[in-house]
Design a protein around this ligand. Structure first.
Ligand SMILES: [Mg+2]
Length: 259
């Protein structure tokens, strides 16, 4: 297998190139190799709890090549989506201050009362008060949007914390309403990048550790898909999935010789 016709790599981060602060063996060399071959690198993340700047700082601190233009979060995609489809609508945000700052860059109108839309992100600053207000607004007929469907976010020692999908499920259980998700596995984020850089989906590779977000997003957008076994997925997960990756490797280190 070689990946010579791939012009752009869309890389998941957590579970793919690092876990928390632990950089996976060969991950920095993998990124440097893509860069040396003059192929495009985009760090593509469903995690909406952090801003672009926070990701940039983290990647650089861990030793990865990255500039602002290399980072694309579900929060940024949501800002673009709102600008295009719900310009000037009032938003009630269940999300971090970092997500709020990111959305404000896209002129999103964030309010505390009478919103048109309830928008949920991976809110590591969640309070019961926010859930209560979100439920009230959803009951009153507000539209329900969310950044990403992930149920959990991996932390060290194979443990997990609740992510946006779990927060949304709590609101769905309480109100009967289901959100529209923008992040992976929806193809929206990949489509935006494919158009922006004028690279066809077949010349794009999605590299990630999750079948139900990373690999499914690539499948939905028509890209090449590579599943790494360094994070959430095992061979059993892959065998049980209807959607199969084009390539399975133990870690990104195995990809260096194929680029
Ligand atoms: Mg991941």
């Amino acid at each position: 297998m070689d990946l010579k016709n791939i012009e752009m790599f869309l890389l998941d981060m957590d579970g793919t190139i690092y876990l928390d602060d632990d950089v996976f063996d060969g991950a920095i060399e993998f990124i440097d190799t893509i860069n040396k071959k003059h192929k495009k690198i985009i760090y593509l993340t469903n995690n909406s709890s952090k801003s672009k700047k926070q990701y940039l700082d983290k990647l650089n601190r861990l030793g990865f090549y990255a500039k602002e233009e290399n980072i694309f979060t579900s929060g940024m995609a949501m800002g673009m989506y709102l600008q295009e489809n719900y310009n000037n609508k009032k938003i009630y945000l269940v999300g971090t201050n970092a997500l709020r700052d990111e959305l404000l860059k896209y002129d999103v109108r964030i309010v505390e009362e009478n919103p048109d839309i309830v928008l949920v992100g991976f809110d590591r600053e969640l309070t019961y008060n926010k859930l209560e207000k979100a439920c009230e607004f959803l009951c009153d007929g507000a539209l329900f949007l969310a950044t990403n469907c992930d149920y959990v976010c991996p932390i060290k020692n194979h443990r997990y914390v609740p992510d946006c999908g779990s927060i949304c499920n709590m609101l769905t259980t309480a109100t009967g309403k289901k959100p529209k998700y923008i992040g992976k596995p929806a193809p929206d984020m990949i489509n935006i990048l494919s158009n922006k850089y004028n690279i066809k989906p077949e010349n794009i590779a999605v590299v990630g550790d999750r079948i139900y977000t990373d690999i499914t997003a690539g499948f939905n957008a028509g890209t090449f898909t590579i599943c790494v076994l360094s994070g959430e997925s095992t061979m059993e997960t892959i065998n049980n999935s209807d959607i199969k990756p084009n390539l399975i490797v133990d870690s990104v280190k195995d990809l260096i010789k194929m680029i």
